[in-house]
Every structure is written in C-alpha cells, then in structure tokens.
Write a protein that binds this ligand. Structure first.
Ligand code: PLP
Length: 387
C-alpha cells in the first residue's frame, strides 16, 4: 500500500488532505516523494518560522535527544526554566506554563482566569468574552472560545459562560462585559478567518474594561507570536499589554510546544495540583524552542518579516483580481474578486507552490520568516497566473 492508501485506511478522516506526500524540507522549500520541489508559503500553518529543518534547531534537538528527552514535571530539568526566562524577559511577562499545542495553551489561560477570579473572592466571575470569527483551537473549551458555530455544532453542549462579540466592535464589547466577566480573550490579528487585524481602539477598550472589572486580558498569540507580525509579539503593534498570553506554532521551530505566560499577580495563580501536562515543557521540546527563539531574536528575522511582509503585501495589492490585502508582517490575507481561492491553491500546488485558502475567495500567506523578496517574486508570478 502506498502512503495515501495507508492513510485513507488507518488514519481518522479529520483532514481533507492534498494528494501530495512530502518527504523532506529545507529552508523555504519542501520536496515530495518524486523529488519535486515546492516553495512553501504556508510553513506548516505558520509553524516553521525559521523554515524547514533550521540547522540550529536540528542541532539542538539532536543533542538533547541523545541526552534526556522526558522525565515528567515531577522533577527539574535544565532547558525548561531557561526557556521560561528567555520568553518572559522578551515578552514582559513574569512566569510561564508549558504544554504542547496552542489549544492547550489557551486552556491553561482560561483556567487561570477562572481561578484568578475565585482567588480574588469573586466566584461569580466566570464569563469569558471572545470574538466572532476567532480561532482558539479544537479542545472543548477552545472550540467554545472559538466564535465560529461551524466548529462547535457537532460537539454541543459547549462549556458554559462564554460570550461572543463582533471583532473590533467596541460598543458590543462594552455592552457584553460586566461584573460576571473573568476574562476577555482576543487574537491581536485573527488568522484562521483570513487575517483580520484588531483595531487599536478595540484592544485598548478590552484593556480598560479588564482593568475596571478586575478581569484578565488574554491575548492568543499562538499565530501572531514570535515575529509573525513584524514585531516579536503581536501586542507590540498596539501598545496594549495583556495579563496573560499564549504561544505555540513558531515557538518550537517546527517541534510541538505551547506556552501560557502570565504577568504580575497572575503569574502565581496556579498552585501545585491546579494544572499540568505530562509532556509539557519536556527537555526535548524546550531545547528545540530555546534554539528557535534565540535564532528568531538574534538572526534579524523579525525585521525580515516586517520588511519582506510589506513588500509581499504591496506586490499582492498590484495584482489584477485582488480586491483587498490585509497584512501585518508576514501574516497576509488577500481577497480575490471571484470565489476561486481553492482552485488557485490547487493549481499553485501543481506548479510547486504551497498556499492556503481561508475561504472561497481569500488566500492566506504565512511563509517562513526567513523568506526573501526574490522568493516572493517567484510566488507572485505563479499566483498571478492563476487569478
Ligand atoms: N489559537 C490560534 C490563534 C490559532 O491560529 C491556532 C491554530 O491555528 C490555535 C490557537 C490552536 O493551536 P493548535 O492547533 O496548536 O492547538
């Protein structure tokens, strides 16, 4: 049986996969079973920020894998606190909790917010406000937080006490927030629904409401974090600092890891027994992440994301057939004047270009942060032929 037949027979059908089997990758390129080369503008859905198999991350994984991979969180290991220090200092946060994915990081953040209210003597504060069209992951609480009924409808009843407001609607947010609110959770830029940046007024209003109500402001930076938006963290584009932020995707340089970071008094809400993850923060994941985050900080890749992202967005704006481009760094959404996004993605794949459609007429580009203007030109030539 070949790979695709095996997959069809033995893997649960949760993904609609393209008929390609990738066998290896290097930098911005992927290669399939037949040796065909693909320029990758999806980067494992905004995960491979340093491209495929970044040498320093590969080296760190090799070394750590031969030293110590896992012992559980009942003991100390060296990479975990080192990574916590690096992330907290870079993000202006106080302490970190480590897990394995974005959804898990958001679970930690939401549990932290509910417990913070109880610790503060307000057990009635249980409501979490999120945005319509948001995306926070696939666990039960994370899909509840995700303001998209299409992801929720098969799995009801959902987790109680969530409210949704239209993204960037300050009046709706003010109307929804109240004495029962324990957290407002927002993405600085909504990615999954086609790259929609928040307005400064909206995130500022969220900050002020949380301050007034004693609620936790959570930013889901799973996709926006670590350079994607042309700043190290998405929140830096807004001058609004959250109390709690979540990271995953680019955090491991391709290796699975998630983190929930908290600031000030929120850093000490969890006590032993409150929250845990068997695999979370294991030495292998943390060593990979230490190498990846260090390279993002020292390699100039955040600046590259800003500069090449601006160039990419400008080139897209000039393409006939593109009606709107929304961009922040290398997080770019482009609307097409016809509902052909899925065909554009399929035809580009045939021509050796990996893209993503987030809707009938919207393309999303989240390439590695290391991409060059020359590679952007190569991609634009293929996309423009298909519009
Ligand atoms: N939050 C955001 C903003 C995301 O974009 C995603 C995934 O796309 C998630 C959370 C969920 O992350 P994971 O798939 O690692 O659970």
């Amino acid at each position: 049986m070949d790979t695709i037949e095996l997959d069809n027979q033995y893997v649960m059908h949760t993904y609609g996969r393209f008929p390609v089997v990738f066998t290896h990758g290097e930098g911005c390129f992927l290669y399939d079973e037949n040796g065909k080369e693909y320029l990758d503008l999806l980067a494992g859905i905004a995960v491979c920020g340093l491209g495929h198999c970044p040498p320093k991350v590969v080296e760190a994984i090799r070394e750590q894998a031969g030293t110590l991979m896992h012992v559980s969180n009942l003991f100390h290991t060296q990479p975990q606190p080192k990574l916590a220090k690096l992330l907290c200092e870079a993000a202006g946060m106080t302490k970190a909790f480590f897990c394995n994915s974005g959804a898990e990081a958001n679970e930690a953040a939401m549990k932290l917010a509910r417990k913070a209210a109880k610790v503060a003597g307000h057990p009635e504060k249980t409501e979490i406000i999120t945005a319509e069209q948001s995306f926070h992951g696939r666990t039960l609480a994370a899909i509840t937080a995700t303001g998209q009924p299409k992801y929720q409808k098969s799995f009801t009843p959902l987790v109680p006490d969530f409210k949704y407001v239209p993204y960037n609607d300050v009046d709706a947010l003010e109307a929804a927030a109240g004495e029962k609110t324990c957290a407002i959770m927002m993405e600085p830029v909504q990615g999954e629904s086609g790259v929609h940046p928040a307005t400064k007024e909206f995130l500022q209003a969220a900050r002020e409401l949380c301050d007034t109500l004693g609620a936790v402001l959570i930013f889901d930076e799973v996709q926006t974090g670590l350079g994607r938006t042309g700043k190290l963290f998405g929140y830096e584009n807004y001058d609004v600092v959250p109390d709690v932020m979540t990271l995953a995707k680019t955090l491991g340089g391709g290796f699975p890891i998630g983190a929930c970071l908290a600031r000030g008094k929120y850093a000490d809400v969890f006590e032993p027994g409150d929250h845990a993850s068997t695999f979370g923060g294991n030495p292998l994941a943390c060593a990979a992440s230490l190498a990846a985050v260090t390279e993002i900080l020292e390699g100039g890749w955040v600046e590259n994301a800003r500069e090449v992202g601006a160039y990419f967005a400008e080139r897209l704006r000039k393409l006939p057939g593109i009606t709107e481009v929304r961009a922040m760094g290398l997080m770019i959404g482009a609307d097409i004047d016809k509902p052909v996004a899925k065909q554009v993605v399929a035809k580009s794949l045939e021509k050796g270009l990996v893209l993503n459609a987030t809707g009938e007429s919207t393309l999303r580009f989240v390439p590695p942060l290391i991409i060059t203007k020359e590679l952007v030109d190569r991609a634009i030539a293929i996309v423009s032929d298909e519009l």
